[in-house]
Design a binder for this molecule. Structure first.
Ligand code: NDP
Length: 482
């Protein structure tokens, strides 16, 4: 059987990489290769940038209304191809098909719709300087931009970057993670069907160190929007900053989930199960450090562990599966090595802790039991480093000051979750948390109009809403003497 080849999308066409080299694409639930991905290099990136450069005058000068219409048609294309996209997202990533249908694909379509309509409602500012002058500010699209996205929420985060860039009038060279390229490939077919003008979006598949790095280094790429790990983010900043490129970096997290004794217990436990183990814990916003006020600690641990053990780890295509496969063998080994580290650091594994061998189609897949670890201090590596898997620690705390100190004790500052029925406390504690987003009595509720991004080593810049549209534009002030 010849395997499907995931082609680059350059200048409106699906084409092979110049080198004709290919990378194996694994289905992580089966541990088997199921397609081949273009192993692109700087030659493919150069072609993509050239196509984007040529398309820029046409796309950036098109009316916002016309751009909006095309992007809306793409979102309708996502809706029409919903089943195929959800299946591909699950096959590429290992996530439950049910989750891909409930979250990834609807949110990808919503990203396109949100920015397609947002661009119709932008404003500019004017300032009158006494009776002397009038100033007005105009924004214009940046130019050719690079959008680099990770593997955990493949189509969702890919569209989260390209939608505001395209809506703002930029042309794009994008690279999805080589671990999960299939939905971006299907997306490019939708772009062709929809009649997106050639060169407006170009997708170059391949390795981050080769294709990704070539996008960052290309002198004609004037802005970079990147989501991925903090180590990669540092490398990208080191290359792009001396070239004075505009940079938005959405990086890792080690998010606290703070549970006060006065919380709504049922809601806190059930949502904490989701915020710990959804998408196998491979969401940058997962609450991987749970801290519980001491009077509730024992009761919370018992109930949380009971429910963790009841989670069904299984074939991502099965309806009852709650936890699917990790994205790759290498990532599974990394997650398991952190469980070993936790034990060396004195942690007690009270649920999970091991790889699971399933039967049938998934016998060689990369499955790890949802894992709960107790007894660690806040400074140990297990509580400081991002594991990005189905592994959480639970620790007790005494009072608000403790909670804030523990929550803020890592180098990251992406998100935090807070459970309390006391409104004043919710405001007070939120105010002191060093996190870009704080969820009170909920998790992962997103309003796309709000700015999104991390503090400290979780990132630089904000995405979402107007912030994203602003990022992809440059502004100037025109001062006219009256
Ligand atoms: P990586 O940093 O490994 O990779 C992200 C993307 O960058 C991939 O497409 C990767 O390609 C590419 N890349 C790698 N090296 C370079 C380079 N030198 N130049 C340009 N591009 C490069 O992250 P993961 O894919 O492992 O994603 C998981 C990480 O993403 C976690 O840390 C998670 O917290 C973070 N994340 C952050 C979010 C946020 O909003 N803050 C949201 C979701 C995830 P390749 O795959 O080929 O290496």
């Amino acid at each position: 059987m010849t395997m499907e080849k995931i082609l680059n999308y350059i200048d409106g066409k699906l084409i092979k990489p110049v080198s004709d080299h290919w990378i194996d694409n694994y289905n992580p639930a089966e541990g088997e290769i199921y397609s081949h991905i273009a192993d692109s290099d700087e030659k493919d990136v150069a072609m993509a940038v050239e196509a984007a450069r040529k398309a820029f005058p046409i796309w950036s000068e098109m009316s916002a209304f016309d751009r909006s219409n095309i992007l809306l048609k793409i979102s309708e294309g996502i809706d029409r191809n919903f089943e195929a996209l959800a299946k591909a997202e699950s096959e590429d990533n290992g996530k439950p098909l049910k989750l891909a249908k409930a979250m990834d694909i609807p949110r990808a379509s919503a990203n396109m719709r949100f920015f397609a309509t947002a661009i119709l409602h932008t404003e500019t500012q004017a300032h009158q300087t006494d009776q002397q002058a009038i100033n007005y500010t105009v924004r214009s699209p940046l130019g050719v931009v690079g959008c680099i996205s990770p593997w955990n929420l493949p189509l969702y985060l890919f569209t989260w970057k390209i939608a505001p860039a395209l809506a703002a009038g930029c042309t794009v060279v994008a690279k999805p993670s080589e671990l999960t390229p299939m939905t971006a490939f299907l997306f490019t077919k939708i772009c062709i069907e929809t009649g997106l003008p050639s060169g407006v979006l170009n997708v170059v598949h391949g390795l981050g160190s080769k294709a990704g790095q070539a996008i960052i280094e290309h002198p004609d790429v004037v802005g970079i929007s990147f989501t991925g790990g903090t180590v990669t983010g540092k490398k990208i900043a080191a290359t792009a900053a001396p070239m004075f490129k505009k940079l938005s970096l959405e990086l890792g997290g080690k998010n606290p989930n703070i549970i006060f004794a006065d919380c709504d217990f049922e809601q806190a436990v059930s949502t904490s199960i989701s915020s710990s183990f959804s998408n196998q814990g491979e969401i940058c916003l997962c609450g991987s450090r749970i801290i519980v006020e001491r009077p509730l600690y024992q009761k919370f641990v018992e109930e949380f562990v009971r429910r963790t053990k009841a989670l069904v780890v299984g074939d991502p295509f099965e309806e009852e599966t709650r936890v699917g496969a990790l994205v790759s063998e290498a990532h599974m080994k990394k997650v398991l090595s952190y469980i070993d580290l936790a034990k060396q650091e004195g942690g007690e594994v009270v649920a999970g802790g091991n790889q699971i061998r399933l039967e049938g189609r998934c016998k060689d897949g990369y499955f790890v039991q949802p894992t709960v670890i107790l007894g660690l201090d806040h400074q140990c590596r297990t509580n400081q480093e991002e594991i990005f898997g189905p592994v959480v620690t639970i620790m007790p705390f005494d009072g608000e000051e403790d909670a804030i100190a523990f929550a803020n004790s890592t180098a990251y500052g992406l998100s935090a979750t807070l459970w309390t029925e006391n409104l004043k406390r919710a405001h007070r504690v939120s105010h002191h948390l060093k996190s870009g987003i704080i969820w009170v009595n909920c998790w992962l509720l997103r309003d796309l109009r709000t700015p999104f991004g991390g503090m400290k080593q979780s990132g630089v810049g904000r995405e979402g809403g107007w912030e994203a549209l602003r990022f992809f534009t440059e502004q100037k002030n025109i001062c006219i003497k009256l």
